[in-house]
Write a protein that binds this ligand. Structure first.
Ligand code: PAF
Length: 284
């Protein structure tokens, strides 16, 4: 497994691999890998001749009061997980390599997709995500790239950006991987104190309660939201940022519950911000 830190080196290796007919599968991450990332790597391993993992904590997607400085990092552990998953190349650039002095070009996905929900709570976040993903695609030159559906809106924004910029990359969304008790895997779970970790289970509780009611025939978004909010309000330290039901492709509010309806939740517990989601009519 090679570790590549230089963008030109990354590009020339990828271009050479493509020229020799190899298919490049790519998993972009910010590191501190968990089982969710491992599931993306396993799928990438199946679907590519060369599997590339990037590890880059992207400063431009963090707001001024967010957790960039304390974002968890453990390269040695990530390297071991990558090696076990059969990664060929880890792309591991520094912030100065990706954004050298004078850097001035950004990718803005405009319109409802990027400005609602996470875009409203975290201004500038998707500009940072779209910019870095475009730069990573140009560096790694993948045929196919894998993203987790936990970051549901991020996946939609990346699909939009890839389509709008005619980037020749197939985007694959992968199912959320959960802990045994239902908490969605996230690098940020490590911030949670034991009692916060327990309270965080209200998120999956709310998604399951609403999903069960929807599958039993409740078709009023308002009633499903009340059920979910009731579940979240039972935990004293949990502050709701949003609980909402949206149409999966547009992320606009939906008046009806159909196969496209997704419930999205963002909460704060102490200093930690968590997001999760579920398709309401999907089998539990
Ligand atoms: O989901 C993530 O880990 C990041 O947002 C991504 C897509 C690697 C861009 O920095």
């Amino acid at each position: 497994m090679d570790i590549i830190t230089d963008i030109a080196d990354m590009q020339s290796r990828s271009l050479a691999a493509r020229e020799s007919g190899k298919r490049i599968a790519f998993v972009p991450t910010m590191g501190f890998l968990h089982e969710g990332h491992a599931s993306l790597l396993r799928e990438g391993r199946k679907r590519g001749d060369i599997l590339v993992l990037s590890i880059f904590v992207n400063p431009t997607q963090f707001g001024p009061n967010e957790d960039l400085d304390r974002y968890p990092r453990d390269f040695a552990r990530d390297e071991a997980i990558a090696s076990a998953a059969g990664v060929d190349w880890i792309f591991y650039p520094t912030a100065d390599t990706v954004y050298p002095p004078g850097y001035s070009t950004y990718v803005d996905v405009e319109g409802g997709l990027a400005t609602v929900l996470e875009g409203a709570c975290r201004p500038g976040h998707f500009r940072g995500v779209a910019t870095v993903v475009a730069k990573l695609f140009l560096s790694v030159q993948p045929h196919v790239a894998f993203f987790g559906q936990k970051d549901f809106q991020q996946l939609a924004v990346i699909r939009r950006m890839t389509q709008d910029l005619n980037l020749p990359v197939e985007i694959v969304g992968m199912p959320i991987v959960r802990e045994a008790d239902g908490l969605a895997m996230s690098s940020r779970n490590v911030y949670l104190a034991p009692d916060e970790r327990r309270q965080a289970l209200a998120i999956i509780g709310a998604l399951r309660l609403a999903g069960q009611a929807a599958r039993e025939g409740e078709c009023s978004p308002r009633k499903l939201l009340l059920l979910a909010e009731g579940c979240l309000h039972r935990e004293p330290d949990l502050q709701i940022e949003y609980v909402t039901i949206r149409h999966q492709a547009t992320l606009q509010e939906t008046a009806t519950i159909d196969a496209d309806a997704v419930m999205l939740i963002a909460v704060r517990i102490g200093k930690t911000r968590l997001i999760d989601n579920a398709m309401l009519l999907a089998k539990a």
